[in-house]
Ligand binder design. Sequence first.
Ligand code: IPM
Ligand code: MG
Length: 355
Amino acid sequence: MRKYRIALIPGDGTGPEVVAEGVKALNAISKKFDIEFQFNDLGLGGDRYLKDGTLIPDGLIDELRENYDAIYLGAIGHPEVKPGILERGILLRLRFDLDLYINLRPVILLPGVYTPIKDKGPEDIDFVVIRENTEGMYVGAGGFLNKGTPHEVAIQESINTRRGVERCIRYAFDYCRKRDKKRLVTLCAKTNVLNYESDLWFRVFEEVAKEYSDINTNYQHVDALCMWMIKNPEQFDVVVTNNMFGDIITDIGAIIQGGLGIAAGGNINPGKIAMFEPIGGSAPKYTGQGKINPLAAICAAQMILEYLNEEKAASLLMDAIKDTIKKLKSLDAGRMGYTTSEVGDMVANYIEQNG
Ligand code: IPM
Ligand code: MG
């Protein structure tokens, strides 16, 4: 029996509703395979913050690092909390303090899912974005001068370390090799303008590429890449980029793969701990109505299985997701033709009846 400890952060708004369905799917998986999941709800999010000011309790980071295999997060964002407090205080804090330096975002159009790109299908939209997740503009380095005066200056610095850039690029090449599809890593940067940051990324990319003679390489400026993701998404296999560009291009990725009802991602410290989440926000206006599509959260649960190297379980859960998609009227909230928990039941039933 393989045992895994999973910390749950269902979070705010509709987060708890969708995480419950992901847990349902994982429990169905554990009955079919020799796997046991121990879930522990950390009870963090906007409500806890409003109650007693806690974002991440003291000692929690060490406990997560030492005692858990993965973190499963629903959504962070509360209408009564000023934007930025929960995002920086919980999500980014976990990314930074646990050194989750890879943000892995598959952009895969599953059969039967609507993409807004005309004449493109699952054979065209099948790539992965690897976003650096602990550096760049997200570090919060900078400051104000003469704040609030007509002479105000705001400085937001982008921090790029040789070690940080190299480990991210190396992960992209390893991932590409393992993925074994087009065997192409594309670097996304802005070498024509960012003469320090992109220069470092480009040099490290060329250097690391030499060690992977079986993998092809390409370079695109971020603005051009945004166009190509829409015009010719079929050219991509693995795209590697910095934190800020990665944030932006993965929203394009989410919409071309069918939107927030299906998009999921992982924050990973390879070989140590990782945190998986649906890409969508807390959607306060839908809270408690059973209208939100849990498939994105279930895709995040599927990524947990992949991360734990539970390949058979991961592939059965993916089959269950694909089968459920066929039955839904739409992936959009309120238009699925079923409630959140009915969709979760479909996934769990498929697992029970197959595999
Ligand atoms: C994401 C989100 C976060 C980010 C926000 C919520 C801080 O947009 O995971 O892509 O900017 O990284
Ligand atoms: Mg984002």
